[in-house]
Design a protein around this ligand. Structure first.
Ligand code: AMP
Length: 216
């Protein structure tokens, strides 16, 4: 359906990358790679990596470039379909962006675009602190704007709804500081490569309507 199918979703915490990924997956068979979801699953399983990652995630910092790149690389290598991919929350540093370039060129898979969801800090903080999600299928809700039909229960899979520990206001503010310091330079990096597709974050349907023509 889309001409641009290998995409990075870039944006501050709470910008709506995960929600956009879910909506795009309804339009085309994308492989959705969320490094945040992968790390949360390690934490949930209590692995050594999960134990180390949990401390970093709760402090609002970033897990090492090598670890997240290895996770992304392993998933891409297993993807035989190669229809398209949505990299959600990766890369997050310039070094990760360079590691991704070499990974994709080894896999002979081009990067077609980088969707940057931009929003100011106050908007992002409000979004983050009202975000809730499903522990089982990772579906994202908003306590006020679009809560699940039955309080505490996921509409899709019946899983338990919870608020992420790192969505507390204190943690969210630290994540924004990390975003500005470490991830923001990627905007220029991808702009110079002619890959940046910038959209203001806001109502999910409005964002989707604005992006779709830009992917074609
Ligand atoms: P997210 O669900 O994308 O907001 O990610 C939650 C947390 O996981 C982040 O605040 C980081 O601590 C960690 N994380 C996710 N993706 C990355 C990445 N690409 N590089 C480093 N840390 C990451």
């Amino acid at each position: 359906m889309f001409k641009k199918t290998n995409l990075v979703l870039l944006g501050g915490p709470g910008a709506g990358k995960g929600t956009l990924a879910s909506m795009l997956k309804e339009k085309a068979p994308f492989l959705h790679i969320s490094t945040g979801d992968m790390l949360r699953s390690e934490v949930k399983s209590g692995t050594e990596l999960g134990k180390k990652a949990q401390v970093i995630m709760e402090s609002g910092g970033l897990v090492s470039d090598e670890i997240v790149t290895a996770m992304v690389g392993a998933t891409l290598q297993k993807d035989e379909e190669k229809y398209g991919m949505l990299l959600d929350g990766y890369p997050r540093t310039l070094n990760q962006a360079k590691l991704l370039d070499s990974l994709l060129s080894k896999l002979n898979r081009p990067l077609d675009g980088v969707v940057y969801l931009c929003g100011d800090d106050d908007f992002l903080i409000k979004r983050l602190t009202s975000r809730i999600m499903c522990r089982k299928c990772n579906r994202i809700y908003n306590q006020y704007a679009f809560p699940p039909k039955k309080t505490g229960v996921c509409d899709d899979c019946g899983g338990e709804i919870y608020q992420r520990e790192d969505d507390s206001e204190a943690s969210a503010r630290k994540r924004l500081v990390t975003f500005h310091a470490q991830t923001q330079p990627l905007i220029e990096f991808y702009q110079q490569k002619g890959l940046l597709i910038q959209v203001s974050c806001g109502e999910r349907e409005v964002v989707l309507a604005e992006i779709i023509p830009k992917l074609n």
